[in-house]
Design a protein around this ligand. Sequence first.
Ligand SMILES: Cc1ncc(COP(=O)(O)O)c(C=O)c1O
Length: 428
Amino acid sequence: MNFENSLSFAQGLDQQDNIKHLRDAFHIPKQDGQNVIYLCGNSLGLQPKSARTLVDTQLQNWAQLGVEGWFEGESPWLYYHKELKALMAPIVGAQVAEVCPMNTLTVNLHLLLVSFYKPTAKRYKVIMEAGAFPSDQYAVESQVRHHGFDPENAVIEVRPRTGEFTLRMEDIRATIEEHASELALVLFGGINYITGQWFDMQEITRLGHEAGAVVGFDLAHAAGNVPVKLHDWNIDFACWCSYKYQNGGPGGIGGIFVHEKHFANQQLDRFAGWWGYQEQTRFQMQKGFSAEAGADGWQVSTGQIIPMSIYLASLQIFQQAGFIDPLRSKSLSLTAYLYFLVRQVNENLDIEQFTIITPNNPEARGAQLSIIARSFAREIFDDLIKEGVIGDWRSPNVIRLSPVPLYNTFEELYRTAEVLQRIAEKYL
Ligand SMILES: Cc1ncc(COP(=O)(O)O)c(C=O)c1O
């Protein structure tokens, strides 16, 4: 599309947007009585207005039913997660039985690694992207040590080439091939949190499997953002948080995916708990763990009804949107427009003040653009916040801006570029 750097053009795009009404389903934060321009859904998604009602319904159930709430009421808590599963599955391209809401992201990653990182003396290595989110690095390091290996030697990181910010598929391929005979696991983020690069998940999975390894993904920045097809891409396992693009609230409940091809495997270890026990006989309190079928069998503790009710509020909005494809379609335009506008700011300033390190190829990114400011990066970021443009900061110099199709508008992006230019001029 040929974009224009004008308010009327941006407003025209908003008029053509057939899911623009969904913005009304969210609380937009305010600063000095004005709506902010919230470009931070990559960190914490906005609150669905319906969240309060859904939470309130469960508080009322609790007030009126007490412990009977597990079995009584419109949606007994014992089965509450099933409502979420049905709406989570289409967002990540999974079958309903393959997903489950539970715990939080890093906890789930550990639980899945218990099942899917099964090193042997010969095959014990893990390939990750260098600069993976620290929690993933710590989780993997500690799992590797737990199995008696040394992370220095067992964890192989694929790095960008000198002078580059993002990974090349050929380097990922070469690394997998180089370590193939010793490889136990390939674990990548779907989208890297710093650069916003969306990896070729299907190809990484194919290569990992060809090497005889298990392949898993941390989808914190991908789930609800880009159209992933976890089942069809034959991914072994994945986990995500709900609080970014899926608006599940701060510290909200996480989600897991386990491919159905693993369901029948009785050899998989798990750190079991009673909530993963077969649903029909859980309350017989028998000795000896017997897992519920599907991803539900990885649950450990009692279902978290209040966090689930917040996530459900957002999932219902995804359902209204028609799930991921209509959102992706708008997201492609929003992010391309922001990319264009930031480049316009550089042109107007007559220097490359802002370098976008996120790939320009739309198939290699989601909503987020990561921008390095040539100078005064922190000052510019702080000024953006003061002017009501909310992005986020990653040291030493990355500003992340993420237009989210559920609630951002093209006009907001036009205004963001205006503010960015004004601020940058101050520091020239
Ligand atoms: C890519 C990625 N992985 C893991 C985490 C940690 O998630 P949690 O604190 O919910 O375990 C985050 C948090 O932002 C993240 O962005």
